[in-house]
Write a protein that binds this ligand. Structure first.
Ligand code: FAD
Length: 332
C-alpha cells in the first residue's frame, strides 16, 4: 500500500505521524514544494523580528521524519492529479503513483488582477522562504508600507515594529479586522496608533514605481505619494488547489470533503486550509483556516485512510481568531 501526502505543513505532517503511530506499515511519502518543510508558520513574524532563532522554528527534523520511515520529497511542486490512474504529476514531468492520497496543500494569498502589474514589488508572508527573504530585506531598510488587513497584517506590523521600522499601513474598513474576533477592531486601531504606525483607512495603491532597485514610490488612490523601501502585502487567503482544477475531484472555494474528510473520490482525502469540509453542526461546507484545526483534520484524515470512521467536528476554541485571544496585542 502506498500512502502519499501532498503538503508537509500542519495538517500533512500530523497525518503522516498519525499513520505511523497507528501501525500503518505501508509505504508513506510526504511531498512539499518547500525545501525546508517542517516549520511553525505562526511564529514566522518572531523569526523576522529576531525574537526566535531559526532552530526554534522547526518542530520536526528531517532525521526524525526519516526515522519514522517516511520518504520525503522536497522542493518539487505537484502540478496535476489524475484520479483515474491513481497518479500525481510534478511540474518537472515526473509521475508518482499512490493507493491513498491526502491533499494538504494549505492556502495562499489572493492577488487581485489589477495589482498584477506591480505585484513583483510586494512581499507576502506565507512560508519560511518568504520570511527569510523579508528578513534579508529588512537588513538594508528601515521604512515599510503594509497593505491589507487582518491577522497577517498585524503580524507583519508587529515584526517590523520590533525592528524599529517607520511604518505606514494602508487598509480598508471592510478588511481591517475580523468583526467576529474576540478583540474589537477599535482596540486594534488604538494599539496601532499608540505604536505610532501611520494608519490610513480606505486608501489603496494605484501604482508602484521602482526608483532605484532599493526603494519604491507608491501612488495611492487619494493622490498621495509614499516613498518606501519595502512593500508588504497581507491580503485575503484562498485554498491552494490549482493542480486539481482539471481533475474529477470536486471543489468550490476549497476541495469539497465530507465530515470524514474524504473527497468525492473514495481513495482521496483533503484536510487543513485547502479543505472545504462538511460542518455537521452548521449543515454547510466551509473552510476553517488555522493551525489547530489543520492538525486535528490531519489526524482524522489519516485515521480514516486506514479504515477508521472518524468525523471532524469544528469547535470555536480552534478557530484561527480564538487562538491568541487578548494576548495578540500584548506580544508586541
Ligand atoms: C505568518 C503566519 C501566521 C500565522 N499565524 C497563525 C496563528 O496565530 N494561528 C493559527 O491558527 N494559524 C496561523 N497561521 C495559519 C496556519 O499556519 C495555517 O492555517 C496552517 O499552517 C494550515 O495548515 P495546512 O497543513 O493546511 O497548510 P500549510 O501549513 O500551509 O502547508 C501547506 C503545505 O503544502 C505544500 N504545497 C502547497 N502546494 C503544493 C504543491 N503544488 N506541490 C507540493 N507541495 C505543495 C507546502 O509546501 C506546504 O508544505 C499563520 C500563517 C502564517 C503564514
Amino acid at each position: 500500500m502506498h500512502y502519499v501526502i501532498i503538503g508537509s505543513g500542519a495538517s500533512g505532517l500530523k497525518a503522516a505521524a498519525t499513520l505511523r503511530e497507528n501501525d500503518c506499515s505501508g509505504r508513506l511519502t510526504l511531498i512539499s514544494r518547500d525545501l525546508w518543510p517542517f516549520y511553525l508558520k505562526p511564529v514566522l513574524a518572531d523569526f523576522i523580528a529576531n525574537r526566535i532563532d531559526s532552530k526554534k522554528l522547526s518542530y520536526y527534523s528531517t532525521a526524525q521524519i526519516e526515522q519514522m520511515d517516511i520518504e520525503i520529497i522536497t522542493g518539487r511542486r505537484v502540478s496535476a492529479i489524475v484520479p483515474e490512474e491513481n497518479s500525481i504529476h510534478f511540474s518537472d514531468g515526473s509521475v508518482l503513483d499512490y493507493q491513498f492520497l491526502l491533499i494538504a496543500t494549505g492556502a495562499r494569498p489572493v492577488i487581485p488582477a489589477r495589482k498584477q502589474e506591480y505585484v513583483s514589488t510586494f512581499r507576502c508572508l506565507n512560508s519560511l522562504s518568504d520570511a527569510v527573504r523579508i528578513k534579508n530585506e529588512t537588513q538594508r531598510s528601515n521604512k515599510a508600507l503594509v497593505l491589507g488587513g487582518g491577522h497577517y497584517a498585524l503580524e507583519i506590523l508587529r515584526a517590523l515594529h520590533n525592528l524599529k521600522f517607520d511604518l505606514t499601513f494602508l487598509t480598508d474598513e471592510r478588511y481591517f479586522w475580523d468583526a467576529d474576533h474576540p478583540i474589537p477592531a477599535d482596540r486594534v486601531k488604538d494599539k496601532l496608533m499608540s505604536e505610532k504606525i501611520d494608519l490610513r483607512f480606505n486608501v489603496d495603491v494605484v501604482d508602484v514605481i521602482d526608483l532605484d532597485g532599493e526603494s519604491y514610490r507608491v501612488v495611492t488612490n487619494d493622490g498621495s505619494v509614499i516613498d518606501t523601501q519595502l512593500i508588504l502585502y497581507a491580503p485575503l487567503f484562498e485554498p491552494n488547489l490549482d493542480f486539481i482544477k482539471d481533475s474529477s475531484i470536486e471543489y468550490k472555494q476549497g476541495i469539497l470533503v465530507r465530515e470524514d474528510l474524504r473527497t468525492n473520490i473514495p481513495n482521496i482525502f483533503a484536510c487543513g486550509d485547502v479543505a472545504q469540509f462538511y460542518d455537521l453542526n452548521k449543515g454547510i461546507n466551509r473552510i476553517n483556516f488555522g493551525w489547530v484545526s489543520a492538525c486535528k483534520q490531519g489526524e482524522i484524515a489519516a485515521l480514516n485512510m486506514i479504515g477508521r470512521d472518524n468525523v471532524y467536528i469544528s469547535v470555536k476554541e480552534e478557530y484561527f481568531r480564538e487562538l491568541y485571544g487578548q494576548e495578540l496585542l500584548t506580544r508586541w
